[in-house]
Design a binder for this molecule. Structure first.
Ligand code: ADP
Length: 406
């Protein structure tokens, strides 16, 4: 079975085309600047690369060019569009309705549209992507895989905020959590690598990208996660503040005379390590480099970044009353020995965690980085959300089911 994976952002489409009999990537690419001047697709098949630069007024037009590349004689994965068996879509918000991946039909589309009020920047482009594939690949089934679904079964004590209950009733204000597909992939893989029964395990997954989140996964279920009602809560991120005293919001609005939109921008786009370094950089590579060269501002930003991660790990050990393994993933988690060591060695010694410096000295490889006698295993597990989406898509289509329960 051949599956196309589509991940639509507001002006981008990330895609991968996979042969799911072998789980091999046939080709992949990224369309950027859709709807704005400079539209471009960078497409890859192994070492071969193709670049398409022409105006793309919307997601449908961009996807049309993507499909031309997918069936291209040289850089494509198949000869004919008929050889695409299914399309898997990353959809950010599935509200309280979707606790697993689903086959898209009219009802599912309406629900995704309904949840746009919870993810106004993400669900609308996801919908555009699904509509475009429906039009360009008529008759090919579409599957939606939600970022929120893996967290949807966490207990009420983890998802409810201590604010008047009527706001949960009225607006469904609660913790949803995000990056669910990554946390699910990485935790399953962690159990596999360690030869553990996933359904009898306590795993903490630490996803550190531009956006970062951490999850407590007990017996194969996410029971708590650091992102909340929106992706703003939790860890210190590239440009997002993560946790803060909510009174800071009203204080700043009053003192600075700013609107809700402006404070939203400050907390989402101008905070995190970017804010802590006075606008220097949101990229952890830059922060690390300067911190290691003795710059006190970047050193402090890195300390705050690591300290917050360690505090969350501590709280999730409490939430699960134990932990078997901690897995680092995404850009920073996969590539930064400094951050992994900083988190584990400075703060988690009481758990009997011991990192092997030589094993930790890797980038983007799957590996156990703790010493054999470390009481808790620590791993690097590169995430693969596309593969997870493709596996779900295949399973739904092959089994002929409407919804997959995790
Ligand atoms: P996104 O959330 O956009 O998918 P990624 O998972 O690609 O982000 O992660 C991006 C982050 O990973 C950036 O902060 C980048 O600096 C960081 N990163 C990538 N390589 C390294 C590295 N070698 N050392 C430290 N950080 C790195």
């Amino acid at each position: 079975m051949r599956v196309l994976i589509v991940n639509c952002g507001s002006s981008s489409i990330k895609y991968q085309f996979l042969d799911m009999d072998t789980e091999q990537v046939l080709c992949k690419g990224l369309a950027e600047r859709i709807g704005i001047p400079g539209s471009k697709i960078v497409h890859k098949k192994g070492d071969q690369k193709a670049v398409v630069e022409k105006p793309m007024k919307d997601h449908e037009e961009a996807l049309k060019y993507v499909l031309e590349l997918v069936v291209d004689e040289k850089v494509g994965g198949v000869k004919d569009l008929k050889e695409i068996d299914a399309v898997g879509h990353r959809v950010v918000h599935g509200g309280e309705k979707f606790s697993g991946s689903v086959l898209v039909d009219g009802e599912v589309m309406s629900a995704i549209e309904e949840y746009s009020y919870l993810a106004p920047l993400h669900n609308p482009p996801n919908i555009m992507g699904i509509k475009a594939t429906m039009k360009l690949l008529p008759g090919v089934p579409n599957v939606a895989v939600f970022d929120t679904a893996f967290h949807s079964k966490m207990p009420a004590k983890a998802y409810l905020y201590a604010i008047p209950y009527e706001y949960y009733r009225k607006y469904k204000i609660r913790r949803y959590g995000f990056h669910g597909t990554s946390h699910r992939y990485v935790s399953r893989r962690t159990a596999e690598i360690l030869g553990m029964d996933y359904n009898k395990s306590k795993i903490i997954t630490v996803h550190l990208g531009n956006g970062s989140s951490i999850a407590a996964i007990m017996n194969g279920r996410s029971i708590d996660t650091s992102m909340g009602f929106t992706p703003l809560e939790g860890l210190v991120m590239g440009t997002r503040s993560g946790d803060l005293d909510p009174s800071i919001v009203t204080f700043l609005m009053e003192r600075e005379g700013i609107t809700s939109e402006e404070i939203y921008t400050i907390l989402n786009k101008k905070s995190g390590v970017l804010g802590l370094t006075d606008g220097f950089s949101s990229d952890m590579r830059d922060i690390e480099e300067r911190a290691l060269n003795g710059d006190p501002v970047c050193r402090l930003a890195l300390d705050i970044y690591e300290y917050r991660i360690a505090k969350y790990i501590g709280s999730y050990v409490a939430a699960m009353n134990g932990v078997d393994a901690i897995a680092f993933t995404a850009g920073v988690g996969e590539n930064s020995p400094v951050t992994r060591k900083g988190v584990c060695e400075h703060y988690l010694g009481y758990l009997g965690i011991c990192i092997d410096d030589e094993k930790n000295n890797i980038k983007g490889e799957e590996r156990v980085i703790s010493t054999p006698d470390s009481k808790v295993k620590v791993l690097v597990v590169p995430t693969n959300e596309e593969l997870m989406i493709a596996r779900d898509t295949k399973e739904i289509i092959e089994k002929g089911i409407k919804q997959l329960e995790y």
